[in-house]
Design a protein. Sequence first.
Length: 342
Amino acid sequence: MKVGVIGSGSFGITISTLIASNSDVLIYSRNPKTRAAINDDHFHKNTKLSKRIVAVDDMALICDECQLIFPVVPSSAFRSMMRDLSKYLTPSHILIHATKGLDYGDKTIEDLEKASFLRSDIHTMSQVMKQESSVVRVGCLSGPNLAREILDGKPAATVISSEFDEVINKGKKALASNRFFVFGSHDITGAELAGAFKNIIAIASGILGGLDMGINLQSLLITRGLREMIQFGITMGANANSFLGSAGIGDLIATATSTNSRNYTFGTRLAGGETLEEILETSDEIIEGLRTLMIIHHLATSEKIKLPITETLYQAIYEGRDIKEAIAWLMSYPTAPDVDFI
């Protein structure tokens, strides 16, 4: 059977390319130029594409021809996308999303900034899929999956997390190849929270890289960032062990060290003196870490969760705190034990 992909950004194209090694792909795109590039030129995102990938602007067609569908859209658009897609979904469908972010329902940015909401107001993408559709069998794809490297044919691996073995097995069958290995996990909450939170640490790591502060400090940041990820994850009901695998520390290392990571690159540009507005105006795709940073900062404030890296980064990006002064403050912060989450 054909496999569906919703979203034609970098990772939507990446997922489609991986699936095309095993089956035909229908990818949804609203942009006529993108559809023409995929269908006529078989070339998009600087990548030669398989002729097995066909772009359409018809969600009903995808749901009619594909039992397995991968939604791959930014978190800010995910709920509205699901509301459109749900008109054509049935309980027989399987959804595996690949979105690294969080949702706060129908609340506004102003609601967030009041810092008066609770953890129950924050939703993962798997929760959104269930809230907005009749689909029960859902999953999440997460791991060290830098799109550019995969599109260049370099080997990689990922984790498909779901409470259903059927979802994991069908996801493996769709994606696995001799250059792309797929693990399975049942802790979907841990995979989703790790995938969202690591973008915050990637931005901070990019700042250190942009300031040329050395690998020693970056490795310290990543290590302490992992601790914050686990602390936040446990608070939200995840298993700490999930953060120590490919969807956790694996994805964190890749995203927080590579110039192919848009979040890391954002940090380097910010450290180089560009303003938030200048970077956003010239970025081709959404920097998920910025939205996640805002959500997690306000939730941590409301729930009184101590996340010093997250708090300091929020102040540097959104409140004008001097970056070098913020780093100096973090270096003097009275840290908790090195390992206290196992």
